[in-house]
Design a binder for this molecule. Structure first.
Ligand SMILES: Cc1cc2nc3c(=O)[nH]c(=O)nc-3n(C[C@H](O)[C@H](O)[C@H](O)COP(=O)(O)OP(=O)(O)OC[C@H]3O[C@@H](n4cnc5c(N)ncnc54)[C@H](O)[C@@H]3O)c2cc1C
Length: 522
């Protein structure tokens, strides 16, 4: 094979996960790495989701890196453009630009078991790396349902995460498909401008009030001059959410009280009993992601909005038809239908030690990993926000930072092992971890709440959410336990021929990497 550029670490993606990994690698003294990003700028989620009203559901002082506090957040819940600007700022402050390879989509990664390295084919060329950190995002590839007749629609169609800013929605008749986190932000943002908004709702969400306000100049000054106050604020926001976790994971019945607050949020704005009946969920709050908005229900009560309590069944020319048979003539269709989550797209592009893709390895079991990071048969390959690392009620940045601790220790362990070595998660360790996660999942609201959510895969298994506190996950990912890994060693170089040849019956070991339990060598 031709020689390619070789790096120690290839990070894929430049959202919070990829940029965080880059900062962490530099802090560990690793500078021989690249960040491969398919788009032309950094930002991930917060670059791609620029729809009207896009904002975070977690307060900014918690939804940011602990190592890069930002005293100047303008609002308690920041909008997309401020979070995107923050990530650009992090890229500059931590000197990450030289590592960036923009417009470089990873097409295929193949494990080279002879040389213990990954061969990575990208849209801008091929390179090799000792270690791959895949931070391609849990909500990064939009999912558009296969709707019969969509190709006959003469108007405009786009997904919330690929908003077409050149298309003017003012005065148009718009069909909004879906009532998830993005849709409930889009609806109040566009309702005043469109002629008619028809909202297709398969399942109503629980929507809590959003207590958002501008951060005052005095608060910002305080955080700038006394950074400890920003840390205290973050700690408080984290602690409150940490205390709530038990209700989600162990005592879902306690969430009934929260339902009352959400109902009040609805009843304040929705007076029509018919509309209320469509909007009251029939499952326990928390089973699907709890949404925050104080403007969604008031928008639904406006005369130019029609809520169809049914999914989109088909499109006939410019007519959209719901599963319950109701129809509407529209000029544009906006899909707020979410992302490929439990069928992680990058899994089709990773070919492991046994010549199988990660997607094939997961085809029967669903997504599985060791501590949310590594997978058996895929040595020196780890994901940030891998299986069962999502959160129902707090900041994903907390989970990302835990995974960065794991990455840092992984790199240290490889250093200690010295020379050319790789770690491969042992199947028994992966099984043990997943058994524990799934056992704990049984009592959670995501399993018992009576809903069908995007947290569940096609077999109904929750492969996305972490069923515990962020503190527990922090503890579980503080160190790499070498007993959970097989150690792979590169074969010794083939010795020069000697006068006395080896007996023909003895196979030369040089062509296979040696594999042993890591602890034996550690
Ligand atoms: C609209 C929206 C709102 C959200 N709100 C919240 C919230 O309030 N609180 C919260 O905790 N979380 C929220 N999330 C979840 C959010 O995705 C995570 O918090 C976090 O931003 C994920 O960061 P990431 O780096 O893992 O992924 P991303 O930010 O998705 O970044 C992944 C990057 O990988 C790149 N990439 C993907 N495939 C390839 C490839 N093959 N080759 C090269 N590059 C590739 C993508 O272009 C992207 O830049 C929200 C998500 C969305 C979509």
């Amino acid at each position: 094979m031709a020689e390619h550029e070789h790096v120690r670490v290839a990070v894929i993606g430049s959202g919070f996960g990829g940029l965080g990994a880059a900062v962490r690698l530099r802090r560990e003294g690793v500078t021989d790495f690249v960040v491969l990003e398919r788009a032309d700028s950094v930002g991930g989620t917060w670059r791609d989701n620029s729809y009207p009203g896009c904002a975070c559901d977690v307060p900014s002082h918690l939804y940011s890196f602990s190592f890069a506090p930002h005293p100047d957040w303008p609002r308690t819940f920041s909008g997309q453009e401020h979070i995107r600007a923050y990530l650009e700022h992090v890229t500059d402050v931590f000197g990450l630009r030289p590592h960036l390879r923009l417009n470089s989509e990873v097409k295929l990664m193949t494990w080279d078991g002879e040389r213990l390295r990954w061969v990575i084919e990208t849209s801008s060329g091929t390179l090799t790396a000792d270690l791959v950190v895949s931070a391609t995002g849990p909500l990064s590839d939009p999912k558009v349902p296969d709707v019969p007749g969509l190709d006959t629609f003469p108007g405009k169609v786009f997904h919330s995460a690929r908003w077409d800013h050149d298309y003017d929605l003012r005065g148009k008749r718009v069909a909004m498909i879906g009532t998830g986190a993005s849709a409930i932000q889009i609806v109040p943002a566009i309702q005043p401008d469109v002629a008619k908004l028809t909202l297709f709702q398969r399942t109503p969400p629980w929507v809590m009030p959003r207590v958002d306000r501008a951060v005052s100049g005095a608060e910002r000054l305080l955080h700038r001059t006394l950074p400890v106050t920003a840390r205290l604020r973050r700690g408080l926001l984290w602690g409150i959410r940490e205390l709530q976790v038990q209700a989600f994971t162990k005592r879902p019945n306690e969430l009934g009280l929260v339902e009352q607050i959400a109902k009040r949020n609805m009843f304040r704005a929705i007076k029509d009993p018919g509309l209320r009946a469509k909007l009251i969920p029939s499952y326990r709050i928390g089973c699907k992601r709890i949404l925050l908005s104080s403007t969604y229900y008031p928008a639904l009560a406006q005369p130019n909005v029609d809520v169809v309590a049914s999914g989109l069944r088909e499109v006939r020319g410019s007519t959209v038809v719901a599963a319950d048979g109701s129809e509407a003539e529209v000029d544009a269709i906006v899909f707020g239908t979410g992302f490929h989550v439990t069928d992680m797209p990058i899994a089709d592009r990773v070919v492991g030690a046994e010549g199988r893709t990660l997607a094939e390895a997961w085809s029967e079991s669903g997504m599985r990993s060791l501590r949310g990071a590594t997978a058996a048969g895929f040595p020196n390959w780890m994901t940030i926000i891998g299986p069962n690392t999502g959160l129902g009620n707090s900041s994903m940045i907390l989970m990302i930072e835990s995974q960065l601790n794991y990455l840092a220790d992984y790199v240290r362990q490889l250093d200690v092992l010295g020379g050319r070595a790789a770690l491969d998660a042992r199947p028994a360790a992966v099984d043990a971890w997943n058994d524990r996660v799934q056992k704990r999942m049984e009592r959670t609201v995501w399993s018992t709440g009576g809903c069908n959510s995007w947290y569940l895969d096609e077999n109904g298994v929750n492969t996305t959410v972490w069923p515990g506190t962020t503190t527990e996950f922090r503890g579980a990912t503080r160190h790499v336990d070498l007993a959970e890994y097989d150690l792979l060693r590169a074969p010794a170089p083939v010795p020069a021929p000697t006068a006395e040849p080896e007996p023909a019956s003895v196979a030369h070991p040089a062509h296979r990497p040696t594999k042993k339990k890591a602890e034996a060598d550690a």
